[in-house]
Ligand binder design. Structure first.
Ligand code: 5CA
Length: 445
């Protein structure tokens, strides 16, 4: 992308309405614009990040055999009346009446709709296990939408639903989801800690929230610092291996880690004092096992091996995809702007041409732009007639992890400068070597 042809409306002033860094930076870098309270338009740069996150979510879900689909945003209230949640959900649900006076709603979550799909078309235990998921916009009429996309009213969620014959099978689905989530967040360069939580309006006893530690997080959390040393890394996981998934779940949930809703002082006191931590966290996902809470009232049964109908055991599993954009920026920024991890960066590389219109700098920039593009590395080429200072400031704000600076002085010696956004370290090298270096960095992400 050439910056001269892009739509990235950068704000010079810090927007007064934004209280936290991610909200400020998303507005300043022209990623989002508020449409109304808690509702945002995603401009090209913001959408690019959202799509990168969706891609990682899809890959990790499908690696575990979960099937993508797409349900609508607008649902019929009838299903919610069947499950009993129509009244329970209260004012957080946006209720709509259509021209025939039918009660509709903008879905805050999809347990009812997916259970309806299941009961219509699945009849036998032989069709289990089954996990379906989608990535779709949700609406929750939050009392206090704030912090930009962090607590929106309209937000993008990955929500997945497992259907199993027994509680044991459904617990495998729970553990399997935990592993897929750990891997998803790690690929995004985030440390998200599974913490025992409260199930709220979704229901069920078994639930974990995934929290990214950040001072601006809305949840208060208590944990054993040993949990922050854990990582899934590159280990091979067989998602059908019940024991392996359970072992990973146990490894990550044995150290004390709870949100304030489930925090227990007496148990916490057993953690060695130097490892006892209190902090704040951003909830970027939650997994639930709720058994037959929806299948029973809605009649989602299958014929079991003995020929008798049994209600299926279910769970649901959510990732806050749009919230993650904010969480990633909270975890990766400095006073000049965003510092994207390579795996989620909207553009991997910024090219800054220090002397636009100079035959040599223009030629080398064009060559770099073409070669990097061919290698599958997305580049934002700052080809505007602007001062170097302005170009550097834009590159820092937008946050590409790498910058190539091309100036007439360097080119006299045949070199350009490759700079890391995160460390500020700069190397001078010839353009071809810079391309090779970047190929190494971006291959296999
Ligand atoms: N049906 C279940 C799992 S699919 C469910 O709705 N779970 S949830 O309520 O925990 O939401 C899943 C994730 O969506 C949360 O962990 C959070 O990351 C994100 N989320 C929830 N509310 C908001 C909101 N108002 N703004 C942005 N993200 C949100």
């Amino acid at each position: 992308m050439r910056l001269s042809r892009y739509f990235m409306p950068v704000l010079k002033e810090t927007p007064a309405e934004a209280q936290i860094a991610s909200h400020r930076l998303m507005l300043r870098a022209g990623m989002i614009r508020q449409a109304s309270a808690g509702i945002y338009s995603w401009l090209p740069l913001g959408l690019k990040v959202l799509r990168r996150l969706e891609q990682i979510v899809h890959e990790e879900q499908q690696r575990a055999g979960h099937l993508p689909m797409l349900m609508p945003t607008i649902q019929s209230a009838d299903l919610w009346k069947e499950s009993g949640r129509y009244e329970d959900y209260g004012k957080e649900m946006l209720r709509i009446t259509d021209r025939h006076d039918r009660d509709m709603l903008y879905g805050p979550t999809n347990e009812e709709l997916i259970t309806d799909i299941f009961r219509r078309d699945v009849g036998s235990y032989k069709q289990l296990p089954l996990t379906l998921y989608h990535i779709q916009w949700k609406f929750r009429d939050e009392v206090r939408p704030r912090f930009g996309v962090m607590r929106g009213r309209e937000f993008l969620m990955k929500d997945g639903y497992n259907f199993d014959l027994t509680k044991e099978d459904a617990m495998h689905a729970y553990n399997r989801h935990m592993v897929t989530y750990l891997r998803t967040y790690e690929r995004m360069g985030l440390k998200a800690i599974p913490m025992r939580a409260d199930s709220g309006p979704i229901g069920g006893e078994n639930t974990h929230e995934f929290l990214v530690l950040a001072d601006t997080g809305e949840s208060e959390v208590f944990y054993d610092s040993a949990v922050t040393d854990l990582s899934l890394g590159a280990r091979d996981v067989d998602y059908d291996d019940v024991d392996q998934c359970r072992a990973i779940m146990q490894e990550f949930t044995t150290p004390y880690a709870r949100t304030d809703e489930t925090h227990d002082e007496a148990t916490f006191a057993e953690v060695p004092e130097d490892r006892r931590k209190t902090a704040r966290g951003i909830e970027v996902g939650q997994i639930f096992y709720f058994g037959t809470k929806y299948s029973e009232p809605m009649g989602a049964t299958v014929q079991g091996p003995d020929g008798k109908p049994v209600p299926v055991h279910m769970g649901s599993h959510g990732i806050g995809v749009s919230r993650l954009v904010g969480a990633l920026i909270e975890a990766n920024h400095d006073e000049n702007g965003i510092i994207w991890p390579e795996s989620v960066a909207p553009y991997g590389v910024s090219i800054v041409n220090l002397k636009q219109g100079n035959t040599d700098t223009d030629r080398v920039c064009e060559e770099l732009y073409a070669t990097l593009g061919k290698a599958g590395i997305e580049v934002l080429y700052d080809d505007r007639e602007e001062r170097a200072g302005t170009k550097f400031a834009t590159a820092d704000l937008m946050g590409a992890p790498w910058r190539i600076t091309v100036g007439p002085r360097g080119l006299k010696d045949g070199v350009v400068e490759l700079t890391s956004r995160r460390t500020g370290d700069a190397q001078t090298l010839d353009p071809q070597a810079a391309v090779e270096r970047l190929k190494d960095i971006f291959t296999g992400l």
